[in-house]
Design a protein around this ligand. Structure first.
Ligand code: ZN
Length: 521
């Protein structure tokens, strides 16, 4: 073109323009021009569109409404606050479009725990030339919590008390929790300094403490009791020494040293004396007990009319036959020790007491005499008939034999030959006293009664009775019962007294002097 123009201008001076060139210039067609312009406009348009598309930035704006971490109390309603979302461009779609939002995950406010709710926003951008998917994801943490502490209910019962120093005995309690339900069994109970602490903790760690103040009281009085006998019978001139009293309290323990005794015993004046022992515990509960001491007037000893003079075989002079009835019993072993200590021989009229029959061989080996008293010391049975008596006698005889190998031939009737308790069977004692002799046996009564089964219930009483009567006889058959501790207690003093006063102690044998009461039935 340029060249053609150049050619044209170069040739203009010539005034002759080539016709062909002129005609070409005149024939520039209109459609071509339009085409050119349109093309050019399209080019501009495409370029502009391309520029806009390049410069335009699309945004999927997506955010949570509310906090990304929320807590909900157990049992309350979880309110979903949702999201805020928009799709827009910086140049195109400036007014924004609404993307689609999907929500995933559930929150169960009936179960404590941590939940995640997920939100997914999508926007499908539809170009003329294609599609583009925009997505954004958000998450929210929802914590279902239990902040309500358990409740503790303490039961109280009327009149409930705890003895001082003793552990508290539970009246009852219950613990419940809004989430865990009944948690009574999980309550921790501690007793300290007069209080009881109850601590309940639920599964979320919420704790509740309840405190109970212990009510201490002691409505129980001490137990008080006299030592020895609560009724004592003595004779004027006997010694009286109080055996004392003991007291024990459920709270204070041994209160013996706090006992106050009132009253007195005048042993030289007959009468009945009352001694009162009182004690109080630290709660002011009082207790008391009494002992009566009866001082009898002096009664001269009974001299049994049938007691004969010394028999030909009797040893000369002062002889004491100690005899013990109704054993063996729990004091017998101690008695055997005392007798062995002084090498004193005595006589035991035994009953069949299986718990202590094992002591019989020792009696024999120590040189004592084992005599028959009764198999079953029950008057109504023994004296029910002659046969009943003999059956009883043979039974105790064979029992003694089975323990000692000895067949005893001396005996003492239950109640003595002079007893009246046998009157249920008239004349029986008259027949029996003769009958046993006919069979070759000997029976012995006594002429010195220690009264240990009667009015005297103390060692000094027994001792005094015995030593009071012995000097009146050339030989004395002393009646004691080794089933009474106080009677056994008196034996050592009796022996010492006898030794000091020149007496000899002997066991009864079939050769011993006669000592038989007047038969009264
Ligand atoms: Zn007896």
């Amino acid at each position: 073109m340029k060249n053609k123009n150049d050619t044209y201008f170069e040739t203009s001076d010539t005034a002759e323009i080539p016709e062909a060139i002129i005609s070409e210039k005149k024939r520039m067609p209109l459609p071509a021009l339009i085409f050119t312009i349109v093309n050019f406009a399209l080019l501009v348009l495409v370029t502009t569109c391309s520029l806009i598309i390049h410069k335009n930035v699309f945004t999927l704006a997506f955010e949570l409404v509310g906090d990304s971490e929320v807590t909900v109390e157990y049992g309350e309603v979880y309110e979903e606050q949702g999201t805020k979302e928009s799709f827009f461009g910086t140049i195109l779609l400036k007014d924004g479009r609404v993307p689609e939002v999907e929500t995933f995950g559930e929150v169960n406010t009936e179960v404590v725990g941590t939940y995640t709710v997920e939100y997914k926003a999508t926007y499908l951008l539809d170009y003329h030339v294609g599609e583009k998917l925009f997505t954004e994801t958000l998450r929210r943490t929802v914590k279902v919590i239990d902040t309500v502490a358990p409740e503790i209910k303490l039961e109280t019962k009327d009149g409930w008390y705890t003895l001082p120093g003793q552990p508290y005995s539970e009246e009852g309690f219950a613990a419940s929790d809004n989430y865990d339900g009944d948690i009574t069994s999980k309550v921790e109970v501690k007793e300290k300094d007069g209080k009881v602490y109850y601590i309940a903790e639920d599964s979320s760690g919420n704790k509740t403490e309840a405190v109970r103040e212990i009510f201490y009281d002691d409505p129980i009085p001490p137990e008080i009791g006299v030592l020895g006998y609560s009724e004592i019978i003595l004779t004027v001139g006997d010694n009286y020494g109080d055996a004392g009293c003991t007291a024990f309290d459920n709270v204070d323990g041994d209160l013996t040293s706090s006992i106050i005794m009132s009253g007195e015993v005048l042993t030289d004046t007959p009468g009945t004396y009352t001694l009162t022992y009182s004690v109080a515990d630290s709660y002011g509960n009082e207790a008391s007990c009494i002992r009566t001491v009866k001082i009898n007037p002096y009664v001269p000893p009974v001299v049994f009319p049938s007691a004969p003079a010394v028999s030909p075989s009797a040893p000369n002079g002062k002889v004491i036959y100690l005899t013990f009835d109704d054993g063996p019993g729990k004091h017998t072993e101690r008695l055997l020790d005392i007798l062995d200590k002084y090498d004193v021989k005595a006589t035991f009229f035994v009953v069949n007491n299986p718990d202590y029959m094992h002591l019989l061989p020792r009696m024999v080996s120590s040189g004592h005499t084992v005599g028959m008293h009764a198999n079953e010391h029950v008057y109504n049975k023994v004296y029910a008939s002659d046969d009943a008596y003999y059956n009883d006698l043979y039974t105790i005889q064979s029992a003694i034999n089975s323990y000692t190998g000895i067949t005893p031939t001396i005996l003492r009737f239950p109640g003595g030959g002079s007893n009246r308790v046998s009157r249920i069977c008239p004349g029986i004692m008259t027949r029996l006293t003769a009958g046993v002799k006919d069979m070759g046996y000997r029976y012995f009564d006594w002429n010195v009664d220690s009264c240990d089964a009667g009015g005297t219930r103390s060692a000094w009483g027994v001792y005094n009775n015995v030593i009071k009567y012995i000097p009146k006889f050339e030989y004395s058959v002393v009646l004691q019962h080794d089933i009474y501790g106080y009677s056994v207690d008196a034996v050592e003093n009796i022996i010492n007294w006898g030794i000091e006063n020149g007496y000899t102690f002997l066991p009864l044998t079939s050769d011993s002097p006669v000592c038989e009461h007047t038969v009264k039935n």
